[in-house]
Design a protein around this ligand. Sequence first.
Ligand code: UT7
Length: 329
Amino acid sequence: MIRRLAAITGIQGFVPETILSNTELEKMVDTTDDWITTRTGIKERRILKEPGKAASDMGKIMVEKLLQKTNTHPDDIELVIFATVTGDMVFPDTANIVCDKVGIKNAFAFDVRAACSGFLFALTTGAKFIESGTHKKVIVIGCDMMSSIIDYTDRATCIIFGDGGGAVLLEPREDGSGIIDSVFHGDGSGAKYLHMKAGGSLRPPSLETIANKEHFVYQEGKAVFKSAINGMVDTVKKLLERNQLTLNDIKWLVPHQANIRIIHGVADALDFELSKVMINIEKYGNTTSGTIPLCLWEWESKLKKGDNIVLTAFGGGFTWGSTYLKWAY
Ligand code: UT7
């Protein structure tokens, strides 16, 4: 019997129009285009600048286009999962706001907050509802508005992050295509290296937290760097072994786009050809939950039914892992 899998049957990305280039950042903080390019691989990133716009507005645009593209009626969507650490508000979940903005009325919806691993965790969560047979049409969004939590006077973080992401439609398939397996991990002891100090129940917003700039991303980059390479490499290896695959069986590796040196480090450690690694960090920087769907969206026309694809991510938490899927169209 062929197992019922959840397959990605459509993908739609979105990035805001405003470009923040390295040259512009040179005017804002003590940095250079050369430093940013050589240390991160980023040349520019997109910023959602329009006043009053937030993560749900990016989600709305991508979901509307996704529904149109896949010829799906909003009434047929049963579940929406939004992976983000920059939801519109602390609550309600942004997935609910997106449903309201798009006119999705028959779905339940919630957010997943697993930082840069958010899209992978949400994708597998959504897939389980389809595999179990209870749901037939699920939308998973990975999108962040990192500009809302970045201190543009801090050169160590403001050069890295950008806004944007993508949304996928998941539907059941019984032809072998779909999300096959995932290896995921978490380690809360990594929280000290990458977090936002205030705004939660530990340190609610106050004049003091604002004065101390505690509502911005705090990152100890070097500590994250090494763990990121090790975590992604380890889970890709486990995933391949568990599914009896060799690297030659993999058509595309889609790594979280945090730093070009991390991406190269992962490819080197796996001995995986760079020409088969999706890389667009130079244009968008690190969009947190958004990087992997943004890659898949940009590569969509090159993907073929049956392609074996491995997605891999590492981020705040620490959270990390890899997902193996067979492209469905
Ligand atoms: O996506 C979630 C997970 N996050 C990651 O995976 C990020 C992982 N970390 C990184 O990508 C890198 O650690 C960074 C890009 C954040 C930083 O690169 P690095 O090579 O680790 O630099 P560093 O922090 O060790 O800093 C090296 C030097 C320092 O100067 P000194 O102390 O050697 O004099 C920094 O002050 O570079 C300096 N520096 C900069 N110089 C120019 C830091 N940021 C900048 C900057 N421009 N923007």
